[in-house]
Design a protein around this ligand. Structure first.
Ligand code: SAH
Length: 271
């Protein structure tokens, strides 16, 4: 039966809705964000406004992006009296974030994200990294560990390298299932992503870096000599590479992946 009261919302699975209901955790998240009066904050998936309300206590301007149109009237009733509050009814994966950024006022992005869109959304946002100051997300703990993992760590992989190419990644704290309604099946965590102003290890060709990293981790138990075989076969025989091919991908840091990709780009130019 349809919900009679439009201001009473039943969580929808297809929109990945797990609403935060623990005020202690909400405070902890907002403290980690540290919103300032003049910040240009955009919240993705505000839901019924659990984090939104707390953000509006500190900042005067807040844009929110919500896909579930049934939640829009709830958000408007709760927050429209704040003159700087604006709801965008749309899919964050298609949203043009550059439209919200202003010179000298880069975006601070916040969201308790639906887990199924978290990785594509982070990469969509990274295409706007020049107008983003930082991002704080609630994600599955497992994804946060992968984003923040360093070489040698069992969670270190393709996501770690590609995210850390663009930003500093910090695993801030865990959030247990009982802080949400409905409770998710997994533990969540808050991650902070801060885009590098200048890339510490710029790749000559980002596509080549992506290709090398993907191939290297496609068989992570194997040595690079084996995992990278399809690529190595395209290089001139006896090429001396800048990394030890006896290593496994999980032992290689971002700097080494970039150096390898750059060397391959150079070799291909000569070919
Ligand atoms: N921030 C709220 C709600 C979290 S649930 C809280 O912490 O309680 C995730 C929210 O993201 C839901 O409101 C859901 O409708 C919204 N959502 C899901 N997919 C989205 C998308 N593609 N773009 C924008 N919002 C989305």
């Amino acid at each position: 039966m349809a919900n009679k009261n439009p201001l009473q919302h039943k969580a929808r699975k297809r929109f990945g809705q797990n609403f935060l209901v623990d005020f202690g955790v909400i405070r902890h998240i907002v403290r980690a964000i540290g919103p300032q009066t003049d910040d240009n904050i955009v919240e993705i998936g505000p839901g019924q406004g659990a984090i939104t309300a707390s953000l509006l206590e500190s900042c005067t301007e807040l844009n929110v992006i919500e896909l579930d149109r049934d939640l829009i009237p709830i958000l408007k009733v709760k927050f429209d009296r704040n003159p700087g509050f604006k709801v965008h009814e749309c899919d964050a994966l298609k949203f043009d974030f550059a439209g919200l950024a202003q010179a000298e006022r880069p975006l601070r992005v916040v969201g308790n994200l639906p887990y199924n869109i978290s990785t594509p959304l982070i990469f969509h946002l990274l295409s706007y990294k020049d107008c983003i100051a930082d991002m704080h997300f609630m994600l599955q703990k497992e994804v946060v560990m992968r984003l923040a993992a360093k070489p040698g760590d069992k969670n270190y992989g393709r996501l770690s390298v590609m995210a850390q190419y663009w930003c500093e990644t910090e695993d801030l704290f865990d959030v247990p299932p009982e802080c949400f309604d409905p409770a998710p099946k997994v533990v969540s965590a808050i991650v902070r992503l801060t885009p590098h102003k200048n890339l510490p290890y710029p790749a000559q060709s980002f596509e080549e870096l992506e290709r090398v990293v993907k191939l290297a981790f496609s068989q992570r138990r194997k040595t690079l000599r084996n995992a990278l075989k399809p690529l190595l076969e395209t290089l001139p025989e006896n090429t001396e590479l800048c990394v030890d091919l006896g290593c496994r991908a999980e032992q290689l840091g971002l700097e080494q992946f970039v150096a390898l990709a750059n060397q391959i780009t150079e070799l291909q130019k000569l070919a």
